[in-house]
Write a protein that binds this ligand. Structure first.
Ligand code: NAD
Ligand code: IPM
Ligand code: MN
Length: 368
């Protein structure tokens, strides 16, 4: 049997710092569990632009299409902010999502017990929280045409287009219903059907998929603005949430703070099944390149490590090993270890990115 293959695209800013900690976990699997991944590395984002003049080289795109899973750190940085849209670091990531057709972006927000006190919300609001946001990732206003900045009379106009086809809505709805079935059997769909035609269609199609294929799943609909309010008021009312590309981007950053820090939230971007039956997949933390703390050893590597755990679960059929990594993260947090982003106003002594990675590896050792 061939080894599972992984393409690592660490990217910019804290991307390489958090990815170095994931490498420790991958190496641990090789030495302690006899699970060897064929790991290759390449560039994406600003670092790819610096080398090739493009945020994603065609060869890298081809490699991504060829592996069992891609693991990405983060892209972007102030140095690249004034570049044309077509060559910005973020375009590299958007191209990967689009060309791999990764339409279902799973963003789980789980509050670890040890962090329940740390959230900006009251402890009983977040303790035990376990929700899953399914964000549509390959369409909507991120990709709709026309787009651009155009001249209109003697001023300029910036245009983006929100656009969804029925089949795009159907497929992401199915992914969300399937997940709901494996969890609490509840799905809430969010759009703005009160003001947007694309929202009207979204609601109609999700309802139809529910009625015809998933009548056993409890389905509700909510306007996305009210959804944001409900997510902060009483997030535990939700199980799975399905929403479009832009609302999903916003709501998942909001959900991150329910868990304590943006440095905690992993994600899996999944597409259609490949020949081996596993979905096309890219795993990445929800956070960005965090230029404000890059290069200082302050980044929390947990979001990236938990993204690797999602790869174990969704790409490699190693659910029990994903549980093991998640338990190791829970253990180090329960032991009181904290990176700087997880320190409260009372302060304390934060550990570094690398110390957090080492602690998680040590916790994995004790799990054997
Ligand atoms: P960001 O997520 O990079 O940072 C927001 C805040 O959260 C910062 O204060 C940062 O220090 C903190 N933070 C983020 N991740 C952290 C971690 N692991 N540990 C500790 N603290 C962490 O968002 P931003 O500042 O709005 O964007 C910075 C750049 O990243 C931009 O160029 C943006 O386009 C890009 N970005 C990339 C991705 C991605 O690659 N998937 C996602 C979001 C933003
Ligand atoms: C995310 C990021 C990306 C997005 C950017 C970097 C393109 O914010 O993954 O949440 O907007 O989707
Ligand atoms: Mn985002």
């Amino acid at each position: 049997m061939t080894n599972p293959s992984l393409l690592i695209l660490a990217g910019d800013g804290i991307g390489p710092e958090v990815m170095a900690e994931v490498r420790k976990i991958i190496d641990w699997y090789g030495t302690k569990r006899g699970v060897t991944f064929d790991v290759s590395e390449d560039l994406v984002g600003g670092c790819a632009y610096d080398k090739h003049g493009t945020p994603l080289h065609d060869d890298t795109m081809a490699k991504a299409q060829d592996v069992d899973a891609v693991l990405l750190g983060a892209v972007g940085g102030p140095k690249y902010d004034s570049l044309d849209f077509s060559i910005k670091p973020e375009r590299g990531l958007l191209r990967l999502r689009k060309e791999m057709d990764l339409y279902a972006n799973l963003r789980p927000a789980q509050c670890f017990d040890a962090l329940a006190d740390f959230s900006s919300l009251k402890k009983d609001v977040v303790a035990g929280l376990d929700i899953m946001i399914v964000r549509e990732l390959t369409s909507g206003v991120y990709f709709g045409e026309p787009r651009g900045i155009f001249k209109e009379g003697n001023e300029r106009v910036g245009i983006n287009t929100q656009r969804y086809t029925e089949s795009e809505i159907e497929r992401v709805a199915r992914s969300a219903f399937e997940l709901a079935r494996k969890r609490g059997n509840k799905l809430c769909s969010m759009e703005k059907a009160n003001v947007m035609e694309s929202g009207v269609l979204w609601r109609e199609v999700v309802q139809r998929v529910g009625d015809t294929e998933y009548p056993d799943v409890e389905l509700s609909h909510m306007y996305a603005d009210a959804g944001a309010m409900q997510l902060t008021r009483w997030p535990k009312q939700f199980d799975v949430i399905v929403t479009d590309n832009l609302f999903g981007d916003l709501l998942s950053d909001l959900a991150a703070m329910l868990t304590g820090s943006l440095g905690m939230l992993p994600s899996a971007s999944l597409g259609a099944p490949m020949a081996n039956g596993r979905p096309k997949a890219l795993y990445e933390p929800v956070h960005g390149s965090a230029p404000d703390i890059a290069g200082q050893g302050k980044a929390n590597p947990i979001a990236c490590i938990l993204s690797f755990a999602m790869a174990l679960r969704y790409s490699f059929d190693m659910g029990a090993e994903a549980d093991r990594v998640e338990a190791a993260v829970a253990k180090v947090l329960a032991d009181g270890l904290r990176t700087a982003d997880l320190m409260g106003p009372e302060g304390g002594a934060p550990i570094t990115t690398s110390q957090m990675g080492d602690a998680i590896v040590a916790a994995l050792d004790t799990s054997l």
